[in-house]
Design a protein around this ligand. Structure first.
Ligand code: ZN
Length: 476
């Protein structure tokens, strides 16, 4: 036990200093390291494996909706960025620009993509002629760069990885339907793969994407009660099609502008996983995206048959598609328990001479730390079922925590008390920018999403009739 305490103390107290806890966890579990250029991060193999699992799961879901992958260039002519007025205004301060290359000054500066609506729009303009070419739905997995002043690994870095989907449709209805469809894809992915409950809804004018007609977001509640925007989908109307001349000849013979959308999630999701599920011992990874789903720790490995039995078990589990690791290093079992707990591996299997005698193995769940026994004969089914159960129960536990921490407010004071207490606050809003700005001033909270139904009577700030019910929270 002494060793256990000593080890845990290496991570800052999750309740007292959550920001330091986060930094300790991402560095000590080797998810990430700082890059040499301020604001950049190196995603280490253990972190990148989570991203690869996210990619695999999401990519399959995108394809099911008829979305295809492509790749567009990193560099965007400066003139493209300035074509859509709101868009350029929104991004100008964050854009990194290449002015020199090949030993000379470039005739036109080039932007490093902060997002690719402009360059993809210019290509769509070339490729789309007829209504028969529509809809076009493409996605790219890539890096983007947004020069940020304050940065934190996964949450906000100048360069990050993401996917950006871009579609063009013949009608407003179809484009809006795609925008909402992708929001649902994200929400279900968060539930089924990240065991992460989210709130989804439309963003206010203030919070929407620069250049969008409407932005929809999914927001997740972190351990400290702050919100993290974990994904967004945008209905862009004809803003980009007019700026980039995306026109098509419709079936009635008339030339029309297309309606476009875009949608994206990023490596921020890894930050969301860490801060949704993590505890004092470190990471708690959802089984579907965990790089290692089960780790086998041999007990009394020098005793006859133990190492062989562990290897055989590993083979069997791997063959059924479980991502399994055998820790046969010469560290003590206690050290290994701590290490793999910190790294958030969903299931630990202990196998020693006594277990072998009984034909069983001891299994410990990372999420609840509960121990149970599974017959070795039924290892494959037993571990598979346990992983599924953990995924569901992690979701349910997180959803229960979130539900408990969504509180209502009738007055500004109640709103402030709510966010101070680490809650999301559900409150009425008249719809004016002034009141939204005031909430930011007095509570440092922002409108995360508009609730689907407006059940509030009055605005929490000015007391006038509520046009919307809003989820307010402090946010990452
Ligand atoms: Zn108001």
């Amino acid at each position: 036990m002494a060793k256990d305490t000593q080890f845990v103390s290496q991570i800052a107290d999750i309740e007292r200093d959550f920001p330091q806890w986060y930094t300790d966890v991402v560095l000590k579990t080797k998810l990430v390291d700082y890059g040499p250029v301020k604001g950049t991060m190196v995603i280490r193999p253990y972190g990148y494996a989570i991203w690869e699992n996210i990619q695999r799961e999401l990519d399959a879901r995108f394809r099911e909706t008829g979305c295809e992958n492509a790749y567009f260039p990193l560099l965007i002519p400066m003139s493209y960025m300035t074509k859509e007025a709101e868009h350029v205004e929104g991004f100008a301060p964050e854009v990194a620009v290449v002015t020199h290359a090949g030993g000379e000054k470039l005739a036109e500066p080039l932007c490093i993509r902060p997002t690719s609506e402009t360059i993809i729009g210019s290509m769509y303009s070339k490729w789309i002629q007829s209504y028969r070419d529509l809809p076009v739905v493409m996605n790219q997995w890539c890096n983007v760069m947004r020069w940020e002043k304050t940065t934190r690994p996964f949450l906000r870095t100048s360069e990050f990885l993401w996917q950006e989907g871009h579609s063009v449709h013949a009608s407003e209805e179809e484009a809006m339907a795609r925008t909402l469809q992708m929001l649902r894809v994200y929400e279900e992915f968060a539930r089924d793969c990240l065991s992460m409950p989210v709130l989804t809804g439309r963003k206010t004018e203030k919070e929407k994407f620069a250049g969008a007609v409407a932005t929809f977001g999914m927001e997740a509640m972190m351990h400290d009660g702050k919100s993290l925007q974990a994904g967004t989908t945008h209905y862009l109307g004809q803003n980009f099609s007019k700026s980039f001349d995306i026109r098509f000849l419709d079936s009635d013979g008339s030339l029309k502008y297309g309606y476009t959308t875009s949608f994206g999630v990023s490596t921020r999701l890894i930050g969301a996983i860490i801060m949704t599920h993590g505890d004092q011992r470190g990471l708690v990874l959802p089984p579907v995206v965990a790089p290692v789903q089960a780790v086998i720790v041999p007990i009394a490995s020098k005793k006859e048959g133990v190492t062989e039995a562990c290897r055989a078990l590993k083979e069997r589990l791997a063959r059924t598609g479980i991502r399994v690791k055998l820790d046969d290093s010469d560290n003590s079992p206690g050290w290994k328990f701590n290490e793999w707990e910190m790294k958030g591996v969903p299931v630990r299997i202990e196998l020693g001479p006594r277990d072998l005698e009984g034909g069983k193995m001891l299994v410990c769940r990372r999420d609840t730390l509960e121990k149970s026994e599974i017959f070795l004969d039924a290892a494959e089914e037993g571990i598979s079922a346990l992983l599924k159960q953990i995924a569901v129960q992690m979701y349910e536990a997180a959803a229960a925590r979130m539900r408990k921490r969504i509180v209502g407010a009738q007055t500004a004071e109640q709103l402030l008390n709510g966010v101070n207490g680490g809650n999301f606050v559900r409150a009425g809003w008249c719809g004016c920018r002034e009141c939204e700005d005031k909430v930011k001033e007095f509570a440092q909270a922002t409108a995360r999403v508009l609730a689907e139904e407006n059940d509030a009577q009055t605005c929490v700030v000015c007391g006038k009739k509520a046009a919307h019910t809003v989820i307010f929270a402090r946010a990452y």
